[in-house]
Structure formats: C-alpha cells, structure tokens
Design a protein. Structure first.
Length: 406
C-alpha cells in the first residue's frame, strides 16, 4: 500500500470564511472575499518576512502596529468621490504589495499598441489619442500606465479562453495598483494631472464594462448589481468638472465630439433611425411614473432620469455613424445620486428606465467590452419586475431582440 499523502490543515482562515465555515486560501485578501466583494480581515495584514532559508519571520508587535497605522492613514477616505472607487478597489485587490512592474508588461504594452487602443474607438483621430497621446501622458503618471496594462490584459483574456485565468490575474494586479494611487490623486486634481485622471477614469469605465460578472451564490441580481457599480464608478469622473475646459484644449481634444451635444446633433436633422417609435414610448413612460410612483421622493429622481434618458437617446439617434462607445456613458453621468439608490432598492420605476437603457447598450454590442451585456441585463430586469409591468418592456425588447412579443 502506498504511503498516505501528508495533509496540512490550518485554522488561520479569515474571519468571514470561519463564520461561513468554508475553506480559506489565506491570501491577501482571500479569494472567497474577493469573489463576494466583501472586506477580508486578511486584506491589510502585514506580510511575513522570509528568511534566506525559506522560513517565515514574524513581524514584531511594534512593527505591526506601525504598518497598521500607516495602512489606516493611507486608506482613509475623507471625500465621497474616493468612496466611489473603494468597493471596486477591494473587489479587484490581489497580491500587489508594491508598484513593481512584471516581466509580462512589455507584452501587454505591445498588445495595447497593436490592438486594444484601436478597439476603444472607431474614428482614426480618436484611435490616435488612445494609441499615442494617452501612453505619452502615462509616462509621467504610473496609475495611468497601470490602467493601460490592466485593460490590455483584460482584452487578451477576453480573446484567449485557454489563457484566461493567467491574464485575468495580470489584469487585476495592474488595476489594483492603478486604483491605489488614482483614488488619492482624484481627491485633489490639478492642471498638471487632470488629463491623466480623465484618461484613467475613461479606462476604468471601459474596464468595468468589460469585467465579467462573477455571480454571487447568495445574490440573484449579479448583473444588475454590477451595472449599478459601473454607474457609480462612471460618476467619479464628475470630480474633474472644473477642469473640462483644460482637458478639451489638451491633446485629448478629439475625445470630445459634438455627438455628445444633443442640441448640435438634433440641429443637423439627420437621425440614424436606430430607435423607431422612441419619442412616443418615452412620452408614455411619464404616465407610467406618475401612476407607479405616487411618492415624490421616488418619482422626482425617476422623472429627472427619464428626461436625461430622452436626451441620451436623441444624442445617439442623431449622431454620425460609426457610433463611438463613449455615448453609452451619457445617461449614467447625467442622472441624480438618488436615482442610483432607487436602483439599488429595486424600485420598479428605476428598473423600467434601466430596461430602456438596455436598448441603447445593444447598439454598441460590437464593442468587445459591451458584448451581450444589454441582453443579460434586460433578462434580469424582466425577471425582477412583476408580470403586470411587462407590457412596459415591449419597446426596449423589440430593439434588443427584434421582436415585440413578451
């Protein structure tokens, strides 16, 4: 009989894993907490020192306290705009202890130059910004360079199933390092770093759309929750409002197209007929909100969100082809914070408006980071709504699935 394999048990799992009675891999943070998006008790523990012979050396209590104090000081969130990125940062955190670069980084930069930079935009002048100008800015701002490498690794992962796990690990490593310094810089933007912050915000917005949803075993609305998280992250770019004129007059200028101004688009009078029947359907939604949301604190944010939804539809409807993916962020950047709270509460009015937004998303499905998200999100919303309200989903469903039958 062959000898039994030795098996090492550990009682050092994180607090949540112990409470849930599941096996913990004791990483920083552990993979269970990373998947669930919860704060892991291992996340800020000091790393053990390694002796030359491979044995672990414990950190002294005074050294541990100093590390803990420094961690508390560095992770303080004195501003709401930093809160926006906190949960996403925790979710993406991996074993990234320093801003060291990896041996794979030249490969990632090469892929970004040849492929990823051209996949984010359709027009040559905008592709040139992603290919040339943004990497130039990244030379002076590490958080932007890490963002570029994170997006490149995610792009490779999405196209190479056999190497998916390896490149996703690289992607999470770099996005963690990017967020670590980006969040601090966003607290006090300046004329010197505003372009780097704008480019990083844009990369994060693309990254969050592209990141595959990892359904939580305890959560039935994983896709909806991930899109709400995307909306929250998108709104972080609003911290740069006072620097928009400076950014417009920078090498990033081609990213600010007239397509994002509905008044200019509508004045051209050349609709692309993507959303037939849109105006009548949006008009009917006003009646729906009045009936379904008698409480002012629910109806007012939804009515404002509806006005902005109308605006964003008109921007896309009257834009020149090919459509640029930046247009999918017009609506998330325009509604009020109260509307985000209503979405989190699964308010029926907010969910129906979100279903209409899916009609916008579906026309951008040829972008690799959007893909099938419109259909999966719409399916989840229709499941969440009571059957009596399904009639209000007929129009967006006809756009998404090319049918009106529910």
């Amino acid at each position: 009989m062959p000898p039994r394999r030795s098996h090492k048990k550990s009682r050092n799992g994180c607090e949540l894993c112990k409470k849930r009675r599941v096996k913990c891999d004791e990483q920083d943070p552990c993979s269970n907490c990373l998947t669930r998006g919860t704060t892991c008790s291992y996340e800020h523990r000091p790393s053990p020192l390694i002796h030359r012979n491979g044995s672990h050396i414990s950190v002294s209590s005074s050294g541990s306290e100093a590390i803990d104090e420094r961690t508390r000081r560095n992770s303080a969130l004195p501003s709401p705009r930093q809160d926006i990125y906190d949960s996403f940062y925790r979710k993406m955190s991996v074993l990234a202890r320093s801003s060291e670069w990896t041996g794979r980084d030249p490969e990632l930069m090469h892929h970004y130059t040849l492929y990823t930079s051209r996949s984010i935009a359709r027009r040559p002048e905008m592709q040139q910004v992603w290919l040339v100008e943004i990497p130039k800015i990244a030379y002076s701002h590490e958080f932007l360079m890490h963002g570029i490498l994170a997006l490149s690794a995610l792009h490779i992962a999405s196209n190479c199933p056999a190497e998916y796990s390896s490149y996703m690990k690289s992607s999470r490593y770099h996005i963690t390092l990017a967020l670590r310094s980006f969040r601090k810089a966003l607290l006090s933007p300046t004329a010197e770093n505003c372009c780097a912050l704008f480019a990083s915000s844009s990369i994060i917005m693309v990254y969050t759309f592209a990141t595959p949803t990892e359904p939580d075993s305890a959560g039935a609305w994983a896709i909806l929750e991930s899109v709400i998280e995307i909306f929250k992250l998108c709104r972080g770019i609003l911290a740069l409002k006072s620097f928009i004129d400076s950014i417009r007059n920078s090498p990033l200028r081609p990213l600010f197209r007239q397509d994002f101004d509905a008044s200019v688009c509508i004045a051209k009078g050349n609709p692309n007929k993507l959303f037939l029947g849109m105006e009548n359907e949006l008009h009917q939604l006003r009646y729906f909100l009045d009936v379904e949301l008698p409480e002012n604190h629910q109806r007012f944010p939804c009515c404002h969100a509806l006005e902005q939804l109308d605006f964003s539809f008109k921007c896309i409807q009257n834009a020149e082809l090919p459509l640029e993916c930046g247009m999918i962020y017009i609506w998330p950047l325009s509604f009020e914070e109260e509307f985000v709270h209503l979405l989190k509460e699964m308010n029926v009015g907010a969910l129906v408006l979100m279903a209409y937004y899916c009609a916008q998303l579906c026309v951008f499905e040829d972008y690799w980071f959007v893909g099938e998200r419109a259909r999966s999100l719409f399916s989840e919303i229709s499941t969440a709504l009571p059957e009596r309200l399904w009639k209000w989903l007929a129009w967006p469903k006809s756009i998404i699935y090319h049918t009106v039958d529910l």
